[in-house]
Design a protein around this ligand. Sequence first.
Ligand code: GCW
Length: 680
Amino acid sequence: WAEDNYRLWLRYERVTEPALYNNYRQSVKQLIFPAGSPTLKVAKTELQNALGQMLSLQPAEANTVTANGTLVIGTPQTSTLIAQHRQELNTIRREGYFIKNTQQNGKVTITIGANTDVGVLYGVFNFLKLLQTHSSLNHLALIDQPKIQCRILNHWDNLDRTVERGYAGSSLWKWHKLPGYIDRRYIDYARANASIGINATVVNNVNANALSLTTDYITKAAALAKAFRPYGIKLFLSIRFSAPVEIGGLKTADPLDAGVQKWWKDKADEIYRYIPDFGGFLVKANSEGQPGPQTYGRNHAEGANMLADALKPHGGIVMWRAFVYDDKVPDDRAKQAYNEFKPLDGQFHSNVIVQVKNGAIDFQPREPFHPLFGAMPKTPVMMEFQITQEYLGFSTHLVYLGQLFKETLASDTYAHGKGSTVAKVIDGQLDHQPLTGMAGVANIGSDVNWCGHPFAQANWYAFGRLAWNPEQSPNTIADDWLRMTFTNDAAFVNPVKQMMMDSREITVNYMTPLGLHHIMGRDAHYGPGPWVAQAGRPDWTAVYYHKADSAGVGFERSSRGSNAVAQYFPEVRNQLENVQTTPEKFLLWFHHVSWNYAMPSGRNLWQEMVHRYYSGVDSVRNMQKTWSLMQGKIDNERFAEVKDLLAIQEQEAEWWRNSCVLYFQHFSKMPIPAGYEKPD
Ligand code: GCW
């Protein structure tokens, strides 16, 4: 059980189909892979282990191609055979790779080449993916490279090993045993990340403890950085803006104060002495009570630039979060980030990137894209997705987030007319930004299976794949993941993939259909709580986010309400301004709509809402049916685990449905239409 759960998508199951087994063995009989550097060494070990497990084979090592079925791997520096492939090498940049069939000395070879060692590592992992997914090794002509530079996990892990919004056990980082003891798990974590192209990690919570910048903790962080380094993963730290006061003994943390500037400069110099390739800082400032430049009457740019200047000589960057949320700001919460950041466009130094959550409220089951995407053409802007399912049933509900991520990435901002998708903003194409990134708030903990739910592993996987290339399809990603994680049996892969693909919409239906949002229980954000007051502000009554009353339901964000729609470009704004043209999935996000409003389905709004909640529950039952047919196709342990979790999901979908339908019925005063089972 533990083994099956632990190995993630790097299981390297033995290939049992005889023809394929023989064909693969013939293709990799000989190996030319000189591996001197730490990165090439780990790539080679990964390859040899995998081939051993999948094909019971150790290819014979050679220096020249003397047999059909030779695997040639390396960079132009390590191999003249690779250096010949000028055209491919010129196309791929630093982290890219190519895999192709070639003839050398009249023999058939497979060549995996890259300009750098880390490119080779990515090439090897992708070659192994071909084997794991039982793909053909004939006519290989793959050229691939990342579209986004910084593909980074954000761990909201505290130094005491609790994890904010973590549902998979305690933090992986055993701070108390670092730097002396390197847990084997750090290596497996790095392997898993490298296999999907993740090249950076922030190991501590954005609600940061100033102690993480003390010399003791820098030493510990340096040990982690060293463990990750061969896998091409750079370490970043979240910082607490007031650290100069808390651990530096200064009177202020004002970013314009010369003493404060010097403190950060010295601190950066110190960090780079321990971690020469340190990535930089992630900063949550003036949000949810965290200190920041505004505490001293300065703005976000002044705060970010001060840190950026300290990191600049070493090549480090600042990821400055735009998730600013303050219940003292007397306006629609959805508007605050745009209001504070848009005016600062052009004022950030070149090694600052602004990190924006996918939506303007907070990682809801469905949110429209954040209006800051496309709105700051003079500033690098990166994406922050949440992989951990804070608002999506923790690690109990099966929800494939490939669909959620993709929906945001494919949204059109119209910043430069039609086709200005969010993906093009964050991969730098749209405004020719040299600095690009995508962050995912990790769902990883020390549970045996890393993520709490066997299917939550797919969300880590999908994040990495989309950060590498946001144009990829969630369907292909789910297909690869299922084959590598469970089995290549089509009778399993096809129905379960469909279940994954539908799972996000199903969850939206039983939690927050039609644009409802933030109606989860307060603080925990787990079960339903549309009746719960969300915070301590007088206007934030129980109905702050849904505004239900006898006339209707929904948050009016058109010009007739908070006018949050004005933060979007005209094409989007005009569409959202009007109830009739607002996409149904965002209806109640942007409008307060009458219970009698006629929906395209022919139902009125109330009936449609009831319908969505019921169909959400019904669909979970269908997921259970699909899954029950999978018995015997995979190991019994994971089969049983998912079955039990789906049973909880079904109960909780009912809990959501019954609570929300009965609660909103107080306002609609309309009956539950005939044909639906009675909620209780
Ligand atoms: O989603 C909210 C969470 C907080 C989190 C905050 C943030 C780290 O409820 O737990 O704090 O967002 O993103 O900063």
